[in-house]
Ligand binder design. Structure first.
Ligand code: HEC
Ligand code: HEC
Ligand code: HEC
Ligand code: HEC
Ligand code: HEC
Ligand code: HEC
Ligand code: HEC
Ligand code: HEC
Ligand code: HEC
Length: 425
């Protein structure tokens, strides 16, 4: 042991002891002696584990110390004795040994129950079903292990917004490797997942709208396993959240047709990472519509695609028409709360029609369009009524003004006339 190290350990040991004796209410027995931290907090580079960093770790919070993971003797100032392999010191684990280290506690249901009754203990078993776990077993150490995603010596509760696995931080955590061309080069897979995801409607909902139910990488790919529990394939994950769309698709003629072509369902039309907010232009038979990728003039799908789009456009323009009338009437101070309320329902029918596109049956879209049009007939009528009533009132007002004016003028001349006569008399 070098003299510098001896000195560090000596100061650390006696310093801690003195602090414990000096601070009132704290006794030596209450704080476990931890020469590992005393010495390592003063080391440099990778070997440094500061007390500040360690204080953020959930394991420190739960009362664990270095030796609970690394083994060794935390009462010894001499590094050779403290880090003695004969005393169970295992050093810094690599690859598979990391998973085994974490699994020692996290796969032990009885042990974990003592700390948190609801804590899952399937992380390790799930991990080995993932591409990461399978490759690690085959000796590939470039893949993610427990510490790649959770960090080390500053592991936080997953609910802590500063945790690397907190929803808002996940894309960066996965991106460390998946956006790094050097790490991914040997595997010949894309490195654009994060870049694409950052442009998606999901990222926008999650980050800009703060909607934590919107997915980031792990919601689709699973935390530890290859897919989230209960999902056979990542391509089917959309239905977990968009259940209505998935049900419609499953009952649609596309279900069997896509399976036959070996195509994924939602992902084929919407993509996986760069999912954009869909527009009506995706529907129909014009250039840019998805339907004409496969359907050609004359086939049943082509005809129905055109008619779905026609219905949706019709309802959309009827709604816009009513909206314009009602806004105009409202600006003129007319009472339009009922038609305004009805329009909300009309817009819901438009949303329903767009959802029904996924039944790939024009009659279903037509149904919602008809319901919506019934409402717009009413709202348009109410809007027109309100505007003509306004015109009527304006005319009425003008006429009454003219009458009042006429009366005033008549009175004026009448008075003048009376005055004139009085003077003459
Ligand atoms: C007096 C200082 C000192 C003490 C006490 C000490 N260490 Fe170390 N530790 C070192 C130094 C120096 C190294 C790097 C050289 C080496 O590996 O021996 C090191 C290396 C390590 C490594 C990396 C080993 C590897 O495999 O790469 C780990 C892990 C470690 N220490 C943990 C501990 C733990 C746990 C304790 C307490 C039981 C402890 N240390 C106590 C000084 C110390
Ligand atoms: C929850 C388990 C756990 C605890 C507790 C823990 N470590 Fe570690 N430590 C690890 C793992 C896992 C690694 C390997 C990290 C890696 O490969 O990136 C590691 C690596 C290290 C290394 C080697 C760093 C390097 O890059 O060579 C040192 C030194 C170390 N730990 C010291 C400590 C000290 C000191 C403490 C207590 C303050 C401590 N550890 C507490 C799990 C733990
Ligand atoms: C590819 C990244 C990744 C790897 C590898 C990984 N985790 Fe996780 N872990 C996560 C994510 C993401 C969560 C969930 C965060 C959430 O619930 O929002 C999580 C959650 C957890 C939890 C909280 C309880 C739970 O299961 O939800 C524990 C404990 C945990 N991981 C331990 C481990 C252990 C042990 C390993 C190694 C076998 C490991 N993790 C490997 C990403 C990872
Ligand atoms: C000595 C036992 C032990 C070891 C070894 C251990 N842990 Fe833990 N870990 C715990 C306990 C106990 C908790 C607290 C559980 C709780 O209260 O939610 C915990 C909590 C966690 C949490 C937060 C879980 C949550 O619900 O938010 C994560 C993440 C985690 N550990 C990851 C790891 C990783 C990664 C390793 C390996 C480097 C590891 N643990 C090694 C015992 C251990
Ligand atoms: C430490 C680097 C690292 C981190 C962090 C990491 N991965 Fe990986 N991942 C890899 C490597 C390397 C592969 C192996 C590539 C292969 O076999 O195609 C891989 C494979 C995958 C695969 C399978 C790709 C395929 O071949 O089909 C998926 C999916 C995946 N990772 C998702 C994630 C997600 C999600 C996260 C974050 C929660 C994550 N990874 C974090 C390194 C990492
Ligand atoms: C909305 C769900 C969803 C989200 C969010 C998501 N993915 Fe994917 N990902 C998929 C689907 C679906 C596939 C295609 C799987 C297939 O074809 O089997 C895929 C494929 C992959 C692959 C395999 C290689 C490739 O590009 O085809 C990797 C690696 C991957 N995703 C990583 C990520 C990372 C990293 C993130 C976060 C930045 C992420 N994914 C976010 C659904 C998602
Ligand atoms: C974890 C739940 C979850 C998963 C999994 C998921 N989504 Fe989403 N999705 C959401 C949320 C939340 C929104 C935002 C809703 C909003 O703001 O209107 C959203 C929005 C969308 C939108 C835009 C809707 C609109 O009206 O603007 C589309 C399209 C979409 N998702 C398609 C998919 C596809 C395709 C998949 C599978 C690859 C998928 N989603 C997986 C939760 C999820
Ligand atoms: C054959 C192509 C196709 C498939 C397959 C498909 N969609 Fe769509 N999806 C569309 C089109 C086209 C629109 C736009 C409809 C419109 O706005 O008129 C759309 C719109 C959406 C919307 C937004 C609805 C709104 O209110 O604006 C969501 C969410 C959505 N799809 C989810 C899914 C999910 C989940 C799946 C899988 C179960 C799926 N889609 C499968 C073509 C498809
Ligand atoms: C990937 C190719 C593909 C895309 C894209 C696609 N379809 Fe289809 N569609 C098929 C196949 C294959 C069938 C079943 C064979 C058939 O009956 O023509 C089918 C059947 C249909 C049917 C049932 C026709 C019948 O026989 O009653 C309708 C309706 C339909 N598609 C509408 C659409 C609409 C609307 C879109 C655009 C949003 C669309 N399709 C996009 C391939 C596709």
């Amino acid at each position: 042991m070098t003299s510098k190290l001896k000195w560090i350990a000596w100061v650390g040991f006696w310093g801690t002891l003195c602090l414990n004796l000096l601070i009132p209410g704290r006794t030596f027995a209450q704080t476990k002696q931890n020469t590992c931290l005393d010495c390592h907090s003063a080391l440099d580079g990778n070997l440094q584990v500061t007390a500040d960093k360690w204080a953020t770790d959930i394991h420190m919070v739960k009362g664990f110390v270095c030796v609970d993971c690394h083994g060794g003797d935390p009462t010894q100032m001499d590094d050779k004795v403290a880090m003695n392999r004969a005393k169970g010191f295992i050093g810094a684990p690599k690859g598979l040994a990391i998973v085994q280290m974490c699994g020692k506690c996290h796969s032990d249901a009885a042990f974990m129950k003592k700390y948190s009754p609801a804590e899952r203990v399937d992380q390790v078993s799930e991990y080995f079903t993932s591409v990461h776990g399978k490759r690690l077993k085959d000796g590939d150490i470039n893949v993610a292990t427990c510490v790649s995603c959770h960090g080390v010596h500053e592991i936080r509760l997953v609910s802590d917004p500063r945790a690397r696995v907190y929803p808002l931080n996940v894309a960066d955590t996965c991106g460390m490797c998946h956006s790094n061309p050097q790490v991914m080069a040997p595997y010949h897979i894309k490195t654009k997942q994060k870049e694409d995801y950052l442009k998606s409607v999901h990222y926008e909902a999650l980050v800009k709208k703060g909607d934590l139910s919107a997915p980031t990488c792990n919601k689709c790919h699973g935390n530890h396993g290859a897919t989230p529990p209960g999902i056979g394939s990542v391509a089917n994950v959309c239905g977990q959240c968009h259940a209505v769309f998935a049900d419609l698709f499953d009952k649609s003629p596309h279900k069997a047709a896509f399976a036959k072509m070996d195509l994924p369902s939602c992902v084929h039309c919407h993509g996986n990472h760069e999912i954009k907010k869909p527009t009506d232009d995706l529907l129909g038979v014009a250039d840019g519509a998805l339907c004409v990728q496969c359907h050609v003039a004359g086939d049943a799908g082509f005809q129905q695609a055109a008619s779905m789009r026609k219905g949706i456009d019709q309802l959309k323009s009827a709604l816009a028409n009513s909206e314009a009338l009602i806004t105009q009437a409202e600006q003129k101070g007319m009472e339009v709360s009922q038609p305004t309320y009805d329009l909300i329902e009309g817009r819901q029918d438009l949303t329903k029609a767009r959802t029904q596109v996924h039944s790939f049956n024009a009659a279903n879209v037509e149904g919602d369009v008809k319901e919506g049009l019934k409402i717009t007939v009413r709202t348009e009528e109410k809007g027109r009524q309100a505007l003509s009533e306004y015109q009527f009132r304006r005319k009425g007002l003008a006429i009454s003004l003219i009458i009042i004016l006429a009366v005033i003028v008549t009175l004026y001349f009448k008075i003048k006339d009376i005055e004139h006569r009085q003077k003459e008399e």
